[in-house]
Ligand binder design. Structure first.
Ligand code: E4P
Length: 218
């Protein structure tokens, strides 16, 4: 499973890249707003830090404008994935941009039928939003499972499932079990993945016992 980080905070991305766990980055207009910097500048910096796909989202809603924005964003760096919303215009733009050879991440997916359309439009990634479905009392993880089932039924559907809107480490674990190809994690969730109280407790005990031996390895 690949890990992307869901942020436009360049210093955060730099720090996380050092972990060796970062395979890509996703951004969206809200994250760009939070970063408080010009989008093109931020995306260019991120694309230099991370070798893998960096999603940059269009803000046009009409197909031709989406294609124009997508081409402009894709020109920033070779590892840009153009992010398009799951609308008819977005799907048409997806077909055009993947036809140009660009990676496309179709976002704001909330049903398996939508994911089927995105795959038929040639999307590189489909982004089902787990957390936002859970927030409504629905089952976000079931959506990942359903998309996996559908995509596995047809060899011609090559789109990767990018589990998005992740809120917890449990979401990451369950998405991996459900067969998501990628998960995009808020930085805090990625950092938390390593934590377990029994790891801390066990290490404390080992180190205390080692101290008693009076030995040193080096
Ligand atoms: C995915 O690409 C989106 O940027 C993101 O996961 C949305 O998450 P949110 O529901 O926490 O805003």
């Amino acid at each position: 499973m690949q890990f992307f980080v869901d942020t436009a905070d360049v210093s955060e991305i730099e720090a996380l890249a050092e972990s060796g766990m970062l395979d890509g980055v996703t951004t969206n207009p809200s994250l760009i707003m939070k970063a408080g910097r010009p989008m093109a500048e931020v995306i260019a910096e991120i694309a230099k830090i991370v070798d893998g796909p960096v999603s940059a989202e269009v803000t046009a809603t009409e197909k031709d404008q989406m294609i124009a924005e997508g081409r402009k964003l894709a020109a920033i760096a070779p590892n840009i994935a153009v992010k398009l919303p799951l609308t008819w215009d977005g799907l048409k733009a997806c077909r055009a941009l993947t036809g140009d050879g660009f990676m496309v991440n179709v976002t704001l997916c909330f049903s398996a039928a939508q994911a089927l359309l995105a795959a038929k439009a040639g999307a590189t990634f489909i982004s089902p939003f787990i957390g936002r479905l859970d927030d409504m009392g629905l089952d976000g993880m079931k959506l990942i499972e359903d998309i996996r089932t559908i995509y596995d039924n047809y060899d011609d559907l090559q789109t990767e499932i990018l589990a998005a809107s992740i809120r917890t480490t449990n979401h990451v674990q369950l998405a991996a079990m459900a067969g998501a190809d990628v998960a995009t994690l808020p930085p805090a969730v990625l950092k938390k993945l390593v934590e377990h109280p029994l790891t801390d407790k066990g290490l404390e005990q080992f180190l205390a016992d080692w101290e008693k031996t009076g030995q040193s390895i080096l």
